[in-house]
Each structure stands twice: as C-alpha cells, then as structure tokens.
Design a protein around this ligand. Sequence first.
Ligand SMILES: NC(=O)c1ccc[n+]([C@@H]2O[C@H](COP(=O)([O-])OP(=O)(O)OC[C@H]3O[C@@H](n4cnc5c(N)ncnc54)[C@H](O)[C@@H]3O)[C@@H](O)[C@H]2O)c1
Length: 271
Amino acid sequence: MNEKSLVVVTGAARGIGEATVRKFASMGHSVAALDVNRERGEALASELQTAGQQVVFHACDVADADAVDDLAARVQRDLGSPSVLVTSAALIPNTESIMEMDLGAHDRMWRVNYHGTVHACRSFGRQMVAAGRGGSIVTLGSINSVLPMPLPAYNPGKAAIARLTQLLAAELGRHHIRVNSVGPTYVMTPELQARIDSGQRDLAKMMKVHALDILPTPADVAEAIAFLSSPAARAITGILMPVDSGWTASATYMTYSGGVPWESDTGSPTA
Ligand SMILES: NC(=O)c1ccc[n+]([C@@H]2O[C@H](COP(=O)([O-])OP(=O)(O)OC[C@H]3O[C@@H](n4cnc5c(N)ncnc54)[C@H](O)[C@@H]3O)[C@@H](O)[C@H]2O)c1
C-alpha cells in the first residue's frame, strides 16, 4: 500500500465496512465503497467528500458475479486498480435449527457471504495481479470461523472463508498480494447495542467468555484491517487474526470445572 492507494470495500455502508471506509479515507486513500444499501452508502460518501476525502459509492450486490465483474471494470476505468480489497458484505443471521431452517434463506446466505467474497476476490484480485504492484486482501471471518455456533450457513460459511483466505494467499503470494482474514467476536455495533438495550441480548452472559472486559467496536476491527494492509504486515499472509477480546483464548474455560479465572475469588482457575 502506497501513500495514496485505491481501497475497495464491500459491505461499506454500515458497521465494520463503514468503519473501514472511514479509516482508509482518513489516511488519505481513495476508497470505492460498494453495498446494496444505496441510501446509506451515498450518505456516507457524501459526508466524507464534504470533509475533503475521496470516497465514491457504488451500488452492487456481491452475490451477482457478473455485476461484481462489471463494477470492477467500471472502478478500474474511473480510478485504476486497487491496492487493497476488504470484503465485509454479509447477511447476519439469528440462531436457527438446521431441521427447521428455510432453504431459500440458507442458499441466499451462502451466495452473499461466501460466494460474494469469492466474486470480489476474483474480480479485483485479477486486476491486482495484472497491475503487478502487489497489494492486500482482507476477508471478514469471525469467531464462527474457529468453532461451531448454531448459525447454519453463516457458521460453516465463515469457516469456508478462512480456508478460502489460505488458498488465495498461496495462489497470489508470488504476485506480492497478501491475503488475510480478521476474526471478530461480537462487535459492539449500534445494532448490538440496541438489542442489549431492548433485552434481546444479555451482555453479562456474552462477557463471561471473553478474557477482556470490552467488546471490539467496528473501529477496532478497521484498525486490524489497516494494520494487515500496511507495510508493517509485509511478511504476514494466510492468517485469521482474531479481534475477539480473548474469546478464542478463553471460550473452552467454560467447559472446565475450574471455570473462568475472572469469576473465582482468587482470580485464578480453581479446581
Ligand atoms: N458484527 C459482528 O458482531 C461481527 C462479528 C464477526 C464478524 N462479522 C463480520 O463482519 C462483516 C460486517 O459485519 P457488520 O456487523 O458490519 O454487518 P452489517 O450488517 O452492519 O453490515 C453489512 C453490510 O453488508 C451489506 N450487504 C448485505 N448484503 C449485501 C450484498 N449482497 N452485496 C453488497 N453488500 C451487502 C449491508 O447492506 C450492510 O451495509 C460481516 O462479514 C460479518 O459476518 C461481524
């Protein structure tokens, strides 16, 4: 990534994608922000343009391979080929049983979350290879990439994205394109805060399995993405970097009779 590079972000209108747009734009990069949510995407681009930053919004459904290809060609015509791609577009589910789930919704989630990641990595990855300048791709994994959770399509899809990230890292490494994933735990988005406030989510229960007593914000995840795309990470490729407040490190403590250290009197595991 040079001082002024082109960064493409999918799922850019909200949450982690939006925070990523804000981060790279504030660093002086040009950002192409892609999302199906035209209203929010255009409002974000217009806000940042008014602040003197270079952000253009494009409506794009990442589930549609041809649409992503066409848009990539348009972005290249207008702005050149990217040095950084961040794939944040996804549908976020609620807990569901495999026996009961709607198969149409299941297939759509795979199309957006997994296939959408493949489509963006292919269309923009090909441009990065052809440009010969190297670059960075960061996919959005999750703690769902690491362990099973009762979220059909979403959970196995995130495991598949972690493996896809490794395959891309191997395929693109000699083109000096690094491919990594970030794996957030529950991110403190406005939507999560609203669910906590309305009693739909129990924050105390969620915090039981995190070593740190904070949840990451979208900006925390954007910082990790910016690091992975920076020259400081030049020897890092093919990894899933947890941004999980220690969830991966401590989740299995709940199954151990000693429990989590922060709930014992001594601050250490007991039995
Ligand atoms: N929020 C979390 O707790 C959390 C935790 C771990 C991983 N993640 C991952 O981070 C990424 C972003 O999550 P978020 O919390 O910012 O979600 P979000 O719902 O706030 O944002 C997702 C964005 O993707 C867009 N989008 C949805 N379908 C699309 C499509 N077909 N084409 C283009 N854009 C589309 C939405 O319009 C939205 O703007 C996702 O991959 C998610 O799985 C989120």
